[in-house]
Design a protein around this ligand. Structure first.
Ligand code: E4P
Length: 212
């Protein structure tokens, strides 16, 4: 399972990319807005930091607007993947864009049925939102597991991005459920590295060494 960073903060992306663990980045309108910077400028900067799929989301609600935004953003860099919200207008846009060679990531997936429809429309990626399902008392990871089994059973090439990841256990569960990618906020990526026994072990090794 590959690791994507779920942020629009270029300093965070630069730092985590330097660890050699990143394969891509996902953004969304909320993440872009929280940076208070120009959309195109941020996306282009991210493309210069990570050599992998970079998701840039459309904000139009109709297919004509989605197509216009997607075609424009796709021109900025070959690694740009157009993120399109789930829905009939979104699916229509995805089916046209994928035929034009523009890769799409269908976002806001909350059921295996939605993921299946996105795969039929030809989406390169689907993003089931694990944490937001957990929030309403539905085990989000089950959607990832169902999609992984479904795509495998029927030979559907769409890649599953486990999204809305809230803690390290979600990352472990997503990998075991068969997600191809997990897109993870920076704070959770930092936690993936840490364990108190590692810190205690390092301290012990160093204090023993100093006694020599
Ligand atoms: C997916 O690509 C989204 O950007 C993201 O995972 C949304 O998660 P949230 O529930 O933390 O907003």
């Amino acid at each position: 399972m590959q690791l994507f960073l779920d942020t629009a903060n270029v300093d965070e992306i630069r730092e985590i990319a330097s660890w050699g663990v990143l394969s891509g980045v996902t953004t969304n309108p909320s993440l872009i807005a929280s940076e208070g910077r120009d959309f195109r400028e941020v996306i282009n900067e991210i493309c210069g930091l990570v050599d992998g799929p970079i998701s840039a989301e459309v904000i139009s609600e109709d297919r004509a607007g989605m197509l216009r935004e997607a075609r424009e953003s796709a021109e900025w860099h070959p690694n740009i993947v157009i993120k399109i919200p789930m829905g009939s207008e979104g699916l229509a846009a995805v089916s046209i864009l994928e035929k034009e060679g523009i890769r799409c990531n269908v976002t806001l997936i909350f059921s295996a049925a939605q993921g299946y429809m996105a795969a039929l429309a030809g989406a390169s990626f689907v993003s089931p939102f694990v944490g937001r399902l957990d929030d309403i008392g539905t085990p989000g990871i089950q959607v990832v597991a169902d999609l992984a089994e479904m795509f495998d059973l029927h030979g559907l090439p769409t890649r599953i991005i486990a999204a809305s990841i809230r803690h390290p256990q979600h990352v472990e569960q997503a990998a075991l459920a068969g997600a191809h990618i997990a897109t993870v906020p920076t704070a959770v990526v930092r936690k993936l590295v840490k364990h108190p026994l590692t810190d205690i072990g390092i301290e012990k090794f160093l204090s023993d060494w100093r006694k020599m």
